[in-house]
Design a protein around this ligand. Structure first.
Ligand code: SAM
Length: 240
């Protein structure tokens, strides 16, 4: 379970109604049963139920810290021009499982979606669920949607790539292979476009912001597939 700092006081936990439902009704845990919590800073702890659920606070206490590491040795930041429908939910779920640390949803010239604040909250809940499911230690952050140009300037790294379906650019994989013998970067930024792709002006803006256009292969991937493929390639090389 991902636990916010304010839910812990004197090593005791105040579980939300939703968390109590999950532990008590879905997992059927009882007083004395143990479970893992992920704290805000990425620390894992074993916690123990001190009452049967549902119950008033506190319902559990911290037992001991767990020292396992499932995080990647680098930050992966995804700038995603929002695809239509629920496409971004799929991207958040899959790319959280793969190890992305930050999502920057952007509105580009050809983005069709105008997400509500409830949508953004839903993306964050999906990221938390996927973090728990994949036994990660850090819940990736998801910013509020911003314009493509401000998204480009939000973060910086020496390794910034914009995926472009056309134009015969060097493949991302070719770039990644060159890391094998050298240093693994500590931060990579990848941008992927919407269904209608990037405009020429957006590619030029990205190049001006020091993003290198890269290809993910000869076939045109869906806007939902492209970020998942890009992140899978990075993870494959890093964890080889
Ligand atoms: N009709 C669009 C075009 O011609 O660019 C296709 C856009 S594609 C459905 C959505 C996004 O996925 C693209 O903007 C790009 O970021 C990424 N993408 C899809 N296939 C790709 C490929 N083979 N190489 C690099 N990026 C790709």
């Amino acid at each position: 379970l991902a636990i916010a700092p304010e839910q812990i006081q004197n090593e005791h936990l105040d579980l939300t109604a939703e968390q109590q439902h999950y532990l008590g009704r879905v997992l059927r845990l009882k007083q004395g049963d143990r479970f893992i919590i992920i704290q805000d800073k990425g620390q894992w702890w074993i916690a123990e139920l001190i009452v049967n659920l549902p119950a008033a606070s506190p319902q559990a206490k911290l037992i001991e810290i767990v020292s396992i590491q499932t995080e990647l040795p680098l930050e992966i930041i995804l700038i995603v021009a929002l695809p239509k429908g629920d496409g971004f939910e799929e991207i958040v779920r899959c790319c959280t499982e793969l190890g992305v640390t930050q999502f920057i949803p952007v509105i580009s010239a050809r983005t069709m979606l105008k997400p509500s604040s409830q949508k953004v909250e839903r993306w964050r809940r999906i990221a938390t669920e996927a973090t728990e499911q994949s036994e990660r230690q850090i819940v990736p952050t998801i910013g509020d949607p911003v314009s493509f140009k401000s998204g480009l300037l939000t973060v910086q790294s020496g390794y910034q790539y914009i995926c472009e379906a056309r134009g015969n650019y060097q493949s991302l994989m070719q770039e990644l292979i060159s890391f094998e013998t050298g240093e693994i970067p500590n931060k990579m930024i990848i941008a992927t476009g919407p269904e209608g792709g990037w405009t020429q002006e957006e590619i030029e803006d990205a190049i001006a912001a020091e993003f290198q256009p890269v290809s993910l292969g000869k076939r045109i991937l869906r806007a939902v597939t492209a970020p998942i493929v890009a992140v899978s390639q990075i993870v494959g090389i890093i964890e080889i």
